[in-house]
Write a protein that binds this ligand. Structure first.
Ligand SMILES: [Zn+2]
Length: 149
């Protein structure tokens, strides 16, 4: 999780996007790392989890990441959750939850209304290191040159 936090912090400092980072691990080894790039790419889908999945698939030359796990500094949004399902990743470690990110202006609760809540049996979701990941959100909230999207 620390690597995901470091990614998030790096991207936030360089104004690449929001305070979000993700790491994909296979057999205990990091295969990809990414941070949110919505602002620098003007791509609303450039979330950390999606970018990490794309990179891992490229590195492993496989679209099936069922033997991988993802660590993400925040609970995946509905889009990222769908990408995780498509990648067949079975285990998600996340730091802050959707209420935490909504509190600093990243509210995806509207999107959840349009789709069903996640099937908790289909994916193992483990909340870890929330306190450390909350620190990222606090830094973002206090960032004077942030651009909201
Ligand atoms: Zn997302």
């Amino acid at each position: 999780m620390q690597a995901a936090i470091d990614e998030a912090r790096e991207g936030m400092k360089d104004n690449h996007g929001g305070p979000f980072g993700a790491i994909i691990v296979k057999d205990g080894k990091v295969v990809s790392r990414a941070h949110n790039k919505v602002l620098i790419t003007n791509d609303p889908t450039a979330h950390a989890e999606v970018l990490a999945i794309r990179q891992a698939s490229e590195v492993l030359e496989n679209f099936d990441l069922s033997d991988c796990e993802i660590y993400t500094s925040s609970q995946p949004c509905p889009m990222c959750l769908a990408a995780i399902y498509w990648a067949r990743i079975k285990k998600v470690y996340f730091g802050t939850n959707k209420e935490d990110v909504a509190a600093i202006g990243f509210d995806d609760s509207l999107f959840y209304k349009f789709i069903r809540e996640e099937d908790e049996n289909a994916l193992e979701m483990l909340n870890i290191d929330r306190k450390e990941c909350l620190e990222l959100l606090r830094e973002w909230d206090e960032k004077s040159d942030k651009k909201m999207y």
